[in-house]
Design a protein. Structure first.
Length: 498
């Protein structure tokens, strides 16, 4: 088992390689930990008694900052995996740091919150991009089954997200348990995830091994230790930056340009022209994904407020809190439809009618436009109190989920198809860095849509939000059309990759 070669792994029979199921489980637990932590973040910070007693506004700003940092560090985690650690060690180290972060918070949430969150940021940076890169390596070049594999993997992500959000919020807000239990449970599931990885990593054969295996052991280990120490040295820096939200802005202004310069430098260093073109194609996908996430991530901001203020609680034949719909429907729809869509891609590939990635991205934006059009359309069902249809809102979530499925797992997949092996961690990191900017822009967009006056009548809030959604629908439509029109050009850059 331990001596599996890459060819043996990649020549698997059936729809999915068995290693995918292991990575699915590991990522599921990691996302449980991540979304569990994320789910309680804002409420914990704004809790005036047992939390950090921040104002709502401050808590929201910090939430945005932490989100941006988490995804920004994937870029750095990806680079160190490529150059020194390899994906396996990077993932393991990241997991350990995430566990430490959550345990530290669990010990004394009010005292150690920021230090623990700093560790979670660093840990996620080393973990998150690299597990996706390993999924990509299970497939040989040109294997039509890759997008379906990422579809299944994406389902695992969302099972973890859904469970983590539910369990940690329940524990954190319950009078019988409390915040410590929420963070402790996140740490425990991450331990389960790492143990799963430990027991199954042999099946990955050479996938994710350090790129420095040819070097003398001592030299290699010294370099590895330098990375671990470097990560620890970053702790105070990140700590200061999340404590002061102004620094987050400076960080966000600089990390993107630095990343692009570094990307261009690495692209320039590539010897083959073909490889350079593929990298540029990947950059185009990454840039479009920023816009996608900026719209999509309204879910955590303006859509959550819209759900809280402007929706009835009737869904089909029963009553439900609209915020539960806002927080869970997307993950539920992903869990159900992601594998199904994967099977559809497989069936289409067999008939040679599978759309290529550029068109899939374009379709993703068209669904996004459709969803925001539906969010906008809710205004026509509103009563005189400014309350409107939860059914239409939920339908919009179904539509936005199809948009996500046409773009997000496909984006992971295309990163692994277009990147040369030596840069695959960095490119996956860049993909997630785009999410960081998306999150960041989502906050700005949401703030732009909200009423300057908190006590404005609900009818007025409804008008402002839905007008904003109308605009987003139009921009998403334009982005989708641009992508489809540009598709011949991007396909040229992509060479033979589909
Ligand atoms: N929901 C997905 C995940 O957690 C995608 C996140 C993203 O790229 N913004 O992996």
């Amino acid at each position: 088992m331990s001596n599996l070669t890459l060819e043996e792994i990649q020549n698997f029979k059936g729809k999915y390689p068995k290693q995918l199921w292991y990575l699915f489980l590991v990522e599921m637990w990691e996302r449980f930990c991540f979304y569990g932590m994320r789910g309680v973040l804002t409420i914990f910070m704004a809790d005036q008694v047992l939390g950090l007693s921040l104002s709502d506004k401050e808590a929201n700003l910090k939430y945005g900052a932490i989100q941006a940092f988490v995804y920004a560090f994937t870029f750095i985690g990806g680079i160190f995996a490529d150059k020194i650690l390899g994906f396996k060690k990077s993932l393991f180290f990241g997991g350990l740091v995430m566990i430490a972060g959550n345990i530290i918070i669990a010990v004394a949430p009010q005292n150690f919150f920021f230090i623990g969150i700093t560790l979670s940021i660093i840990g996620t940076g080393f973990f998150k991009p690299n597990i996706s890169s390993m999924v990509g390596e299970l497939y040989r070049e040109g294997d039509d089954r890759r997008d379906a594999g990422f579809g299944l993997f994406y389902s695992g992500i969302n099972i973890g997200a859904l469970l983590g959000g539910a369990v940690c919020v329940y524990l954190g807000t319950s009078a019988d348990f409390g915040w410590s239990y929420a963070f402790l449970s996140a740490a425990i599931v991450m331990i389960i995830g790492l143990i799963t990885f430990l027991f199954t990593q042999k099946t990955l054969g050479p996938i994710g091994d350090s790129p420095l295996l040819a070097l003398p052991k001592n030299t290699r280990i010294t370099k590895e230790i330098m990375v671990y120490l470097g990560a620890l040295v970053c702790i105070p820096l990140i700590f200061i930056m999340i404590k002061n939200t102004d620094y987050t802005d400076y960080f966000m202004y600089s990390i993107g340009p630095v990343a692009i310069f570094y990307f261009l430098y690495e692209t320039y260093k590539e010897k083959e022209r073909k490889a350079q073109k593929k990298l540029l194609a990947a950059l185009i996908f990454i840039l479009f994904s920023i816009a996608f996430w900026a719209f999509f991530e309204q879910s955590g901001g303006s859509l959550a407020l819209f759900a809280k203020n402007n929706l009835h609680s009737d869904l089909l034949f029963f009553q439900i809190n609209p915020n539960i719909v806002n927080n869970t429907s997307n993950a539920l729809f992903v869990i159900i439809f992601s594998p199904l869509l994967g099977l559809l891609w497989l069936a289409m590939a067999k008939k040679k009618i599978e759309p290529n990635t550029v068109i899939k991205f374009g379709i993703g934006f068209l669904f996004l436009a459709g969803a925001f059009y539906l969010f906008y359309y809710t205004r026509f069902f509103a009563d005189s109190n400014g309350l409107t249809s939860l059914n239409t809102f939920t339908l919009a979530y179904l539509v936005i989920t199809f948009g996500e499925l046409a773009l997000s797992p496909i984006g992971l997949s295309i990163m692994t198809k277009l990147s040369p092996k030596r840069l695959s961690g960095m490119m996956m990191g860049l993909w997630f860095l785009a999410s960081a900017y998306g999150q960041y822009a989502a906050g700005l967009l949401g703030a732009g849509m909200s009423s300057p006056d908190d006590s404005a009548p609900l009818v007025k809030k409804l008008q402002l939000y839905t007008e904003g959604y109308h605009q987003l629908a139009i921009y998403a439509l334009i982005a989708g059309i641009i992508l489809i029109v540009l598709s011949p050009l991007v396909r040229k850059l992509m060479q033979e990759v589909k």
